[in-house]
Design a binder for this molecule. Structure first.
Ligand code: BGC
Length: 740
């Protein structure tokens, strides 16, 4: 079916007024016909009126009039075949009939939602991640959406920052690979296909490093760190042809990203030669006034365009100010032409000049609503995102014939909340969302009993439900506790200063533990939480994140062993907030602690161990994996040779399982100091019980490169530790010499 649409769409190409010209020629021709106001109009994006994803300045009637006058280039938060058609019809009343672009935050699924992005990252499964975005794109495109504001490729080392849920965690390499998989998934066979949406690498740049983890806060960092840690996922996205970029709310070393010439003009559009367009973040052009970087709307618009922002999302300053700025000679007309040209290019590439309504199709929309194949995939993806943190005494997997199971905790019967933050799909039907209770109930044997008690709310001090929960636990053979943070406690503007279980959840857990019943604790969250008491006292713990539409089924698949969990943490889990920022790839310092508990005149806290509670890359399985000694193809290499690192991993336990084999390196001495470990490769391998797999990695000097004190990106001769293992702490190491 899809194939037919694709062919039809392309057979229509070339039939418009522009004939067989190249896209560049078409854009030039169109620009030559446009007034300055019309060009500025292309650079304007408004939000629809039904819901907003930021502080909206509503004036719906005026917006509709502006669309008719060709003064709007794009809308966000307008979706659905019918609604997009209605808006597009208004644009077709304008003088040049330039179609609108419809953007939307399709962040972790659209109609079918998948785990929150950090949970997806915990799968370390690039194939699943790409497939999930393929599905999201297919569903969203069928709802008339042309463009998603994703992937967010911000590296984040601070779990207080609520938006860690939207990214891939603390590591640059992992985050880059995941970002690329997402772009591939969204853009599919290429812009113009009816099942592809334009992707958007955001937030450019360094948004994830907000001081104190407080959203929208300033970023202050060395250029070297910016280049080494925060920019690589963006550079890779640009090289991979991501259609658009979005800049960020923060200032970087005193200059707002939105007007940052170094970031957007020198790097992105200069050195990286990026040809797509840059949209501002919501209102971020206007916010340069409170930042103290522009005195009024006029100056904000001037700084933003000179700084490389092509489209103004909801600041409402480009429309009024750009024409004035050009007329007054404060902005050269060529910058407006360049920005409008970049936007028009995408509209041509999407085929919108051939048929502005080609994405808005009721029939396709219906087909992509409640798609069972997508749900099936969501169930698998959910189960593969779960991380098993502890399984003392092999409590898990549970037998389906346990006589009485008690599910206790505020998340047991949640439904819509399973979507997690950032799920903006149309809420116009009752797409079934599987609760944990239903998922477990469906898999328990018919002769078994599932009891339930809520126990408490997520965020208040009410203990009145404790007694009932304790009584319920007493009747059970095993208790499944479901605790965590509410789905809207992580996400945009959801920074937290303390990241434990909120409200009285931990007190409830302690009360239930007093019953002496075996407990499996499931933690639902969009970020790493701190839960030391539980980690030390509860025998089995799974980290579930928020898993999306099929959450309950995914969870039950893991609890009862249909799926053996293989997720690994994409962020370090701290012991206390005082350790934050905490990340595995830190420098050694001049006084490193030799042990975790060493305190005296070493780089440590006097009141805290150095290591995290759970390290980056950590996650258990129901089975056991044994690593053979790793083998290096050579201990001394020269120039552009390739080092092969191999290891045999054996599944010695009782279940088939998946293991993520991780490869780290350390450059022992450098022109600038190098991290104690850097992830350079990983492979997720499925190994049947009793079987072994040889896993092989290749390293070349490309993998040894780093930014030196003058921002040269190169490698140096020297000694390197090659480390391979099951998480960032548990590795085997061999040393090599590599000379130029
Ligand atoms: C967020 C962006 C998002 C935009 C549009 C902003 O507040 O920072 O990530 O794409 O709103 O919803």
């Amino acid at each position: 079916m899809k194939r037919v649409y694709f062919l039809l769409a392309f057979s229509a190409f070339g039939m418009n007024a522009y004939g067989q010209k190249t896209v560049d020629q078409k854009v030039a021709e169109l620009l030559s016909k446009m007034t300055l106001e019309e060009k500025a109009g292309q650079m304007v994006q408004y939000s629809g009126f039904e819901y907003a994803t930021g502080p909206q300045q509503s004036n719906s009637a005026a917006v509709l009039e502006e669309i008719k006058k060709g003064k709007v280039g794009s809308m966000l938060n307008v979706a659905g075949a019918e609604e997009t058609k209605a808006f597009q019809k208004l644009a077709q009343q304008s003088r040049l009939k330039i179609p609108l672009l419809f953007g939307q935050d399709v962040i972790h699924g659209y109609r079918t939602t998948f785990p929150v992005n950090l949970g997806q990252a915990a799968s370390w499964d690039l194939g699943l991640i790409e497939r999930s975005e393929r599905i999201a794109a297919t569903e969203a495109a069928a709802y008339g959406i042309h463009w998603t504001f994703a992937p967010m490729v911000d590296v984040a080392r601070d779990p207080r920052w609520g938006r860690v849920m939207e990214g891939s965690g603390e590591d640059t390499y992992l985050g880059t690979q995941i970002g690329l998989a997402r772009i591939k998934g969204f853009q599919g066979r290429g812009l113009g296909s009816l099942d592809a949406v334009m992707a958007c690498a955001k937030h450019f740049a360094a948004y994830g490093a907000a001081v104190g983890g407080r959203d929208y806060n300033s970023v202050d960092m060395s250029l070297r760190q910016l280049h080494e840690i925060y920019l690589p996922p963006f550079k890779a996205a640009a090289d991979a042809g991501v259609a658009t970029f979005m800049n960020s709310f923060n200032d970087i070393n005193g200059i707002p990203a939105t007007a940052n010439q170094y970031i957007q003009r020198n790097l992105l559009k200069g050195k990286w030669n990026y040809k797509g367009f840059v949209v501002s973040d919501w209102g971020s052009i206007g916010e340069m006034i409170p930042h103290g970087y522009a005195k009024d709307a006029n100056e904000a618009a001037q700084r933003a365009i000179l700084g490389g922002s092509d489209m103004d999302m909801e600041s409402r300053v480009y429309m009024t100010e750009l024409p004035k700025l050009v007329k007054e000679g404060k902005v050269e007309a060529k910058w407006v032409d360049d920005a409008a040209g970049r936007i028009l290019t995408k509209k041509f590439e999407m085929g919108l000049f051939d048929d502005p309504y080609r994405f808005s199709n009721e029939k396709r929309q219906k087909e992509q609503t409640n798609n069972p194949e997508h749900r099936k995939f969501g169930r698998e993806f959910g189960s593969k995102s779960i991380v098993l943190l502890k399984n003392q005494g092999n409590i898990l997997p549970l037998s389906k014939t346990v006589k009485t199971v008690a599910l206790i905790g505020p998340f047991g019967k949640e439904t819509v909340a399973n979507h997690g933050f950032w799920s903006i799909a149309f809420k116009d039907d009752n797409q079934r969302i599987v609760s944990q209770y239903d998922g477990i109930k469906n898999q328990l044997d018919k002769n078994s009993t599932l009891l339930y008690a809520k126990g408490c709310n997520t965020d208040d001090q009410d203990k009145s439900m404790f007694a009932e929960a304790v009584e319920t636990a007493k009747k059970a053979d095993v208790v499944i506790m479901t605790l965590g943070e509410g789905h809207a406690m992580s996400g945009e503007a959801k920074s937290r200063s303390s990241i434990g279980f909120s409200g009285v959840q931990e007190d409830l857990l302690k009360e239930i533990a007093k019953t002496g019943k075996p407990i499996v604790l499931m933690i639902n969250a969009g970020r790493p939480l701190i839960f030391n008491w539980a980690a030390d006292n509860i025998p089995a713990i799974t980290y579930n994140w928020w898993l999306g539409t099929e959450a309950g089924n995914s969870i039950a698949d893991v609890l009862f062993g249909a799926v053996n969990p293989g997720g690994k943490l994409p962020m370090s889990f701290p012991r206390t907030e005082g350790q934050i920022p905490i990340y595995y790839n830190h420098y050694n310092t001049g006084r490193p602690a030799k042990t975790n508990t060493e305190r005296n005149y070493v780089s440590a806290y006097i009141d805290l161990d150095n290591d995290p509670k759970f390290p980056f890359g950590y996650g258990l399985s129901y089975t056991d994996f044994k690593y053979s000694d790793m083998v290096l193809s050579s201990a001394s290499l020269k120039g552009n040779q390739t080092l092969t690192v191999s290891v045999t991993v054996s599944n010695t336990g009782k279940y088939d399982g998946e293991e993520v084999v991780q490869l780290y390196i350390r450059d022992l001495f450098g022109k600038v100091v190098r991290p104690v470990k850097e992830l350079k490769g990983f492979q997720k391998v499925a190994i049947k019980k009793g079987e072994s797999r040889k896993v092989e990695f290749k390293l070349t000097p490309e993998d040894l490169k780093f930014f030196d004190d003058e921002l040269n990106f190169d490698w140096e001769s020297g000694e390197f530790d090659i480390m391979l293992g099951t998480n960032s702490q548990n590795v085997q190491t061999k040393r090599i010499i590599w000379t130029q």
